[in-house]
Design a protein around this ligand. Structure first.
Ligand code: PBG
Length: 331
């Protein structure tokens, strides 16, 4: 007698309706955070060569373009200022200039779109002449506690300008607690912190460093004395645990696709709002392959974004945010 399989997993996969009914994860516009690069001046727009489709924009153009992003329902932008070389210094004073680019952009965007979330980066790399995220000693070693004090000033200047979320991406020890304390003391108790908790010393940040103009300054030196070793994952949980204890409201794993195991462990262990950053290099890879006709642009974009949801992420920082939001709207 012929024996039939008791379970046929393909039964549920046969029809579109049943595939939809058993679908475990979905991507929504609510999951998307859009990173943008801010230029000085007016009516200033520059393409980022290594990130096809991404432009650096002056504040007036940023405010104009953001109208569409708000209409699409994107919940939050993450701002990255492109600092002119003459404003960079060893002590990164420009980082906490109340009239700095990030601070001005926050004010302009919050005025135009009060309901749009604005997140700012706390790190010194756009402001140091050497491109490191902190203040260095004579050997080029990044000094933790001096850097931390400047990050606090930077975070306060962002909160004063109206930033909703401060995102320290510098990986100094103790900075979340110091920033949280300072925000509380300055009556910014509602300002959120999204900690770049598990940020790896990754080669996938290359195009971003071109975009903000820190690649040349950094040269051949690395960030591995403060960013994490890609070989580690227990250490990521340790970092995240500390950041939560120090007052982080949200935690992040960065880069994204090569570190989805870390996203899953983080979500399972701590059950706090957990985000992943699909970084510049990940975006560049997919775009380059699509431009060559080697991959389907839309399908790979959506599959990559959905994989973050499957891994347990509550949201994704992605340069695809606008493209993905448009797709979701037209679906
Ligand atoms: C700066 C910062 C970096 C990114 C976000 N904030 C670069 C770095 O650490 O060198 C990378 C983002 C990307 O690659 O898209 N501290």
């Amino acid at each position: 007698m012929r024996r039939f399989p008791t379970t046929r997993l393909r039964r549920l996969r046969k029809h579109d309706f049943s595939r939809r009914l058993v679908r475990e994860n979905t991507l929504a516009v609510d999951d998307l955070i859009y990173p943008v690069f801010v230029l000085p001046g007016k009516n200033n727009r520059q393409a980022v060569e290594s990130m096809p489709g991404v432009e650096r924009l002056s504040i007036d153009l940023l405010v104009a373009e953001a109208k569409e992003w708000v209409a699409l329902g994107i919940p939050m932008l993450a701002l990255f200022p492109v600092t002119p070389d003459d404003k960079k210094s060893l002590n990164a004073e420009e980082a906490y200039n109340p009239e700095g680019l990030a601070q001005q952009a926050v004010r302009a965007l919050k005025e135009a779109y009060p309901e749009l979330g604005i997140m700012t980066d706390a790190a010194l790399d756009p402001f140091t002449t050497h491109g490191q995220d902190g203040i260095i000693d004579e050997q080029g070693y990044v000094l933790n506690d001096i850097t931390k004090d400047i990050l606090v000033k930077q975070a306060l200047s962002h909160a004063d300008a109206g930033a909703d979320v401060i995102a320290p991406s510098d990986m100094m020890d103790g900075r979340i607690g110091a920033i949280r304390q300072a925000l509380e003391q300055a009556d910014h108790s509602d300002t959120m912190i999204m900690a770049y908790s598990a940020k790896y010393a990754s080669a996938f940040y290359g195009p971003f460093r071109d975009a903000v103009g820190s690649a040349g300054n950094l040269g051949k030196s690395s960030k591995e004395t403060y960013q994490m070793d890609p070989a580690n994952s227990d250490e990521a949980l340790h970092e995240i645990e500390l950041d939560i204890a120090e007052g982080a409201d949200m935690v992040m794993v960065k880069p994204g696709m090569p570190y989805l195991d870390v996203v899953r462990r983080a979500k399972d262990t701590f059950s706090v709002p957990t985000y992943a950053y699909q970084v510049s290099g990940e975006y560049a890879m997919l775009k380059a392959a699509a431009q060559n006709g080697w991959l389907d642009a839309e399908k790979t974009m959506l599959e990559s974004l959905l994989s973050f949801k499957r891994a347990g992420a509550d949201g994704i920082l992605t340069y695809f945010a606008v493209e993905a939001a448009k797709y979701l709207q037209n679906r």
